[in-house]
Write a protein that binds this ligand. Structure first.
Ligand SMILES: Cc1cc2nc3c(=O)[nH]c(=O)nc-3n(C[C@H](O)[C@H](O)[C@H](O)COP(=O)(O)O)c2cc1C
Length: 200
């Protein structure tokens, strides 16, 4: 499969970056090809211009889609699956990734009566959380994140959807972070190796 990965973490000195590398190794081991958009490294602009806003809010197909957005959309349409890898920031993706959706999910591509976006075989989220999974579930945060990423942003743009949380990685609890480190990296590898089949 051709896999497009949208990756958003500001630092390579992070567990999230290690998880990205583990996931890519998994893809390689199964013979998948991949392209990564590393949004912070690319300095991807995430604020909409007023013209972009007018295009989206008034359904103005005559207004131009910026080149950097078109480049992301082409990566999507050349792929079979899309994968988002990011740390949880305030029960959401980092603003860098939220802004990517604001700009890349354009009218006429991701929504509207006629969409240019192909329906992908798979959409996968791998998010890295400081909190433990029990806390995220208990406080409705897992459901909130799944609703936004799977039901709204992915929706029917993908045929199958998975959501993987690698939890308990906060730096303030180094013992827990260390205890989960290897298991989470194995999970990231296995999710990559089995991307054609995994559903959670
Ligand atoms: C601004 C900010 C907000 C965060 N918000 C949350 C949160 O809402 N829930 C959570 O589980 N972890 C949260 N975290 C922890 C991050 O997910 C953290 O980066 C994660 O433990 C991954 O570690 P890494 O940065 O080494 O990849 C937050 C971290 C930052 C910097």
């Amino acid at each position: 499969m051709n896999i497009f990965i949208v990756y958003a973490h500001p630092s390579k000195d992070s567990f999230t970056h290690r998880a990205l590398l583990g996931f890519l190794e998994g893809l390689d081991s199964a013979g998948h090809r991949h392209v990564v958009s590393d949004l912070y490294a690319m300095d991807f602009r995430t604020d909409m211009t007023e013209e972009e806003y007018r295009r989206e809010s008034h359904y103005r197909l005559d207004l131009p889609v910026p080149c950097d957005v078109l480049a992301e959309q082409e990566k999507i349409n050349r792929s079979d699956a899309i994968v988002f890898i990011y740390p949880v920031f305030w029960t959401e993706a980092p603003a860098k990734l939220v802004g990517w959706f604001d700009r890349v999910w354009t009218y006429g591509f991701a929504y509207g009566p006629q969409r240019g976006m192909k329906q992908l075989e798979k959409g996968l989220v791998i998010c890295i959380a400081g909190r433990d999974r029990g806390h995220l579930d208990e406080h409705g945060q897992t459901d909130a994140m799944k609703t936004v990423m799977l039901e709204d942003r992915m929706h029917d743009r993908v045929k199958t959807r998975d959501f993987v949380i690698l939890d308990s990685t906060a730096k303030h609890d180094l013992q827990a972070r260390q205890a989960h480190w290897d298991r989470h990296l194995r999970t990231a590898f296995m999710v990559g190796a089995n991307i054609a089949s995994t559903t959670r």
